[in-house]
Design a protein around this ligand. Structure first.
Ligand SMILES: [Zn+2]
Length: 54
């Protein structure tokens, strides 16, 4: 279980969730990054500026 840093909703994460994984908050729809898995910690994912190497 983790908490959304934006709306404080409790988010159930699969046990195989890995650090760095991106999930979407089911409550507010914010994209969140798993910054730690023990315990689960979430942070707002960086905006769409992913570097795809192109
Ligand atoms: Zn949320």
């Amino acid at each position: 279980m983790a908490e959304c840093p934006v709306c404080a909703a409790d988010i159930q994460l699969p046990e195989d969730t890995v650090k760095g994984e991106l999930i979407e908050c089911p409550d507010c729809g914010t994209e969140l990054e798993v910054t730690s898995v023990n315990p689960f910690t979430l942070a707002e994912a960086p905006s769409e500026e992913e570097d795809w190497g192109e």
